[in-house]
Design a protein around this ligand. Sequence first.
Ligand SMILES: Nc1ncnc2c1ncn2[C@@H]1O[C@H](COP(=O)(O)OP(=O)(O)O)[C@@H](O)[C@H]1O
Ligand SMILES: [Mg+2]
Length: 396
Amino acid sequence: MSSNDEVLLRVEHLCQYFKIGPNAYTKAVDDVSFDIKRGEVFGLVGESGCGKTTTGRSIIKLYDITSGSVYFKGIRIAAGKKSYKEAIAKAKADLKEGKIDKAECDRIIAENRAAIKTADHDQKNCDREYSRQQIEKAKSEYLPKIAAAQGENKAKLEAEYKDVMRKARKTKLVTQIQMIFQDPIASLDPRMTVREIIAEGLIIQGERNKKVIDDKVYEMLELVGLVREHASRYPHEFSGGQRQRIGVARSIIMNPELIIADEPVSALDVSVQAQVINLLNDLRDKFGLTIMFIAHDLSVVKYFSDRIGVMYYGKMVELADSDELFLNPMHPYTKSLLSAIPLPDPKYEKARRRITYNPLAAHDYSVDKPSFRELKPGHFVMCNDAEYERYMKELK
Ligand SMILES: Nc1ncnc2c1ncn2[C@@H]1O[C@H](COP(=O)(O)OP(=O)(O)O)[C@@H](O)[C@H]1O
Ligand SMILES: [Mg+2]
């Protein structure tokens, strides 16, 4: 369970559109907002193609996001600009149609141009900003200690300080977020040894001492249930479950604070799935990791997640504590996902009916438009006014 309410990651109105034609877009992620608190496991669930991976990849800055913001440790790491550009275009159109006067139009344009500038600046400088914070931290930690120390001890502290400062200058905020991928075969370079794969991030981060690197690699291998003899082998010599362990070792060595595990067990045999989930759980306890766990069905995330967000076609349709979501699912799509989970209970299984979700039949959004609303503290559902009233009654 999360030990406090510190927000580690905040995703605000995230949109990631892919251009598929001159004027056509796939809205892979469309206006999605959620927080992840330090220490929790946040499950992100939804059928294939609903935008889960795109959400994860947007968070680790693999895309220039279309609009919205991502904050990590309070620093804005990604910022999209489409909403600002649209506001400018709308102001110009409104001026032409006489809906607003010139002064108002200029004010809107200036405001949104400033927002675009800030977005560019924040995206570009987030690592530098974080590095600056780390340098300040190292200074305030080491300088008084060095000043007070003498002789051999002083020299030792000075050497340590130099090393910490070198790393602080090179540190990247975004490497504190590591992603574990669905396919452990495709995500490991077949020409690299396990040692090279696991150590790669460390070397990029500025570590040069071969013994430190080797020791760290061995430590990681043991941590994920492999042995040091595995270090000199190649990925193809391992089973699927072992490869995923290598993937986990590669991300953990970076000392991440947030792990985005993108369907880490979907490609594995059922018997191996539980082992990898248990491994993630152990690591979470050991290092106080925060995990965003992506899955296409609810059964995998059920026991593992503190909170769960349900996505459908690029939108977040429901978000609640795990227990609450299973007890009081409100959105028809969540209900349909729940109805797909088999239980080892013959009576239940006999009575279990798959609920199918058909958005056109389930909602009338022609006039009364939906938005993401809080039904009770922490329980959010995508609904319109009429549905909101109905859901509130149902909840009572
Ligand atoms: N690089 C891309 N270019 C164009 N379309 C993409 C790209 N990546 C994903 N998509 C589309 O975005 C949607 C969401 O994909 P994805 O995030 O991979 O879903 P999920 O991980 O939930 O299965 C899909 O329709 C997919 O085809
Ligand atoms: Mg995916």
